[in-house]
Design a protein around this ligand. Structure first.
Ligand SMILES: [Cu+2]
Length: 608
């Protein structure tokens, strides 16, 4: 099956003075077990350094792990413990210029564009207050790891230069693609943007047995977008990272997007490939940009049948899955383990593009594959089965009857006068308040039984009281109900999950019909809606980050076992997270939970 996805895009789409596909793809160095055979501790230093993002650019100042952007790929065997001393040795203030302007004039699709020829700020633009003063204050979260709360990179526990954060990773998980990145409270969007991210792979025997493409045929692809400043007088790119965002008329900041796409820290690179299968570990490390990935030929025609998805955030799929029609959408923090067969493209150039940007002002191109001229023998055969340990979760069968339910609402900008979208933590009430709509009160009704359930907002910002307490070892079904606004990639720490259901309320003017934005509550009980977008085959994989679009109500199930402590769940649009869309939750032994007194009374929250 081939599919024409859009008008062919000329390879000469705006490069802002940079030649596309000029530089070779950089492969991050590997910190692997062979380097620390008898050692289970490693020190990884964040430093200030200069890197070249494109050979036609001056150098760019970044903060980077071990001086590499992205940082080195850490590779471990499943079950082999690793302790990392994440050492902050980054000096000076944050190496980026942060500016904001009116949304119509500050699109993230052009470099510079906020100063006149004399270097004066254009009307309506300002430096984002305080960013230029930010010191290196850092903490590392290993995204996707099952480790105790003390190792998870608690956002408030960031450290200043000269200090280390000690973290232990048991790596007791199946083979998978994870990543590490900065997670300092309120400034994650700036710290990650300055360069603090890298990949982390766990390997196991199940993966070994598949004999997947490896060595130089297995390549990480860390995708992200950036903007760069220009010289006010000449308009030439300076190489300086530019965090330029728009501000909505309401005053809410619009998350960062940039005109330059980077793969492994190189703007629009190319990769020479053999006529055979390759394995790519793809990570979207952008602040907010969603990539709808397509492999297209020189005519702009998608070649999805040469691509198979074999793994998601949490590990291998049971069987290879096709790329969905229109492309594979990766939201910030999502990973895809992908195989591509280049055997039939001898002598051709293919591109990895973002179909969602096709025809718009945002740059669609990511990178180019240059396929060798001749055919060759490829020993690899695509396996029919991948992970034999995979079990599809079903409510009431593979998810045991006795489990917790937690409910979270995502509310649109403008809800009850709050300019920014918010994430509300909910508690179920036994009776509804006397008059509706009421701020923070949401009702749903089962159309079959007529049963009405009433939920009340109990927390919104990170430092509001913790209300989710889950017994260690218990299964939990997390419900995310999205009442309107942008699609949020929701990330739950501590465990891996599967998407169970995706329902969709009907929308009116972009928000759930029956949700009163002005008040911030439902006017009348909303009927539990029918299924929404079908769950794609690859979406049945183990995941830790889930896209939730306006109107959707998703349920995801996971077992909170193997680690305890205080963890976080949050939106992975970093700008949203820093603006408050992050909350804590606790996993503790049930024997201890019975002694724990907390506001709201009771323990453990055993709702069914
Ligand atoms: Cu969000």
């Amino acid at each position: 099956m081939t599919e024409v996805i859009a008008q062919p895009v000329p390879v000469t789409a705006p490069g802002f003075g940079l030649t596309k596909f000029l530089d070779p793809l950089r492969i991050p160095s590997v910190i692997g077990p062979h380097l620390w055979w008898r050692q289970e501790e490693v020190t990884i230093k964040a430093v200030r350094t200069r890197v070249r993002l494109h050979s036609q650019l001056p150098e760019t100042e970044v903060w980077a792990y071990e001086g590499e952007f992205p940082g080195p790929t850490i590779e471990v065997r499943s079950g082999k413990r690793l302790r990392v001393a994440w050492t902050n040795d980054a000096d000076g203030t944050i190496p980026l210029v942060a500016v904001q302007g009116p949304i119509a004039q500050a699109p993230g699709t052009v470099p510079g564009g906020y100063r006149d020829a004399n270097g004066q700020l254009l009307p309506g633009f300002s430096l984002i207050d305080g960013v230029a003063d930010l010191p290196a204050w850092q903490v590392v979260h290993l995204h996707g790891a099952m480790t105790n709360g003390g190792n998870d990179g608690w956002a408030h526990n960031a450290v200043l230069r000269g200090n280390a954060q000690l973290a232990e990773y048991p790596n007791g998980q199946q083979s998978t693609t994870m990543w590490y990145h900065d997670h300092a409270m309120a400034v994650t969007r700036f710290n990650v943007h300055a360069g603090l991210a890298g990949m982390y792979l766990i390997r196991d025997a199940e993966e070994d047995a598949l004999n997947l493409p490896h060595g130089r045929h297995e390549i990480p692809l860390v995708l992200c977008d950036r903007n760069l400043d220009t010289d006010p007088a000449t308009g030439a790119l300076t190489g300086q990272l530019l965090f330029k965002i728009g501000v909505a008329p309401s005053g809410a900041p619009i998350p960062f997007t940039g005109p330059f796409n980077l793969v492994n820290g190189v703007i629009w690179p190319h990769l020479e490939v053999d006529t055979r299968w390759y394995r790519f570990r793809v990570l979207n490390a952008s602040n907010s940009r969603f990539y709808r990935l397509n492999l297209v030929d020189e005519a702009g025609v998608a070649q999805h049948d040469a691509v198979r998805i074999i793994g998601t955030d949490g590990g291998l799929l049971p069987t290879p899955a096709p790329v969905p029609e229109g492309g594979l959408t990766l939201a910030p923090a999502e990973r895809a383990d992908v195989l591509i067969d280049f055997s039939r493209f001898a002598g051709q150039r293919l591109r990895l593009t973002d179909a969602s940007a096709q025809g718009g002002p945002t740059e669609p191109d990511l990178m180019e594959f240059r396929v060798e001229d001749s055919a060759r023998h490829d020993p690899f055969r695509l396996p029919e089965r991948l992970s034999s340990s995979y079990v599809r979760l079903q409510h009431g069968t593979t998810v045991p009857e006795d489990h917790d339910h937690v409910f979270v609402a995502l509310v649109p900008p403008g809800t009850a006068g709050e300019a920014h979208p918010q994430m509300w933590e909910l508690r179920e009430l036994t009776e509804a308040p006397p008059s509706l709509p009421a701020e923070g009160v949401l009702q749903v009704k089962d159309p079959a039984t007529g049963e009405v359930r009433t939920f009340e907002r109990v927390a919104a910002l990170f430092d509001d009281t913790t209300t989710f307490f889950i017994d260690h070892g218990r299964w939990a079904v997390w419900n995310f109900l999205h009442f309107g606004g942008p699609t949020h990639p929701l990330h739950i720490h501590m465990a891996q999950f599967q998407l169970l259901t995706r329902r969709a309320f009907s929308l009116a003017q972009g928000n759930v019909a029956g949700f009163d934005v002005a008040t911030g509550g439902t006017v009348a009980p909303l009927e539990v809606p029918p299924p929404g977008r079908p769950i794609e085959r690859y979406e049945e994989g183990w995941k830790d980050t889930f896209q939730v679009a306006a109107g959707e109500w998703i349920t995801v199930a996971g077992r909170h076992e193997g680690a305890t402590g205080e963890f976080m769940y949050r939106c992975h649009i970093l700008d949203h997270e820093d603006e408050g869309m992050m909350r804590p939750f606790v996993v503790h032994p049930p024997e201890v939970a019975r002694f724990h007194v907390h506001p709201g009374g009771g323990h453990g929250g055993h709702e069914h």
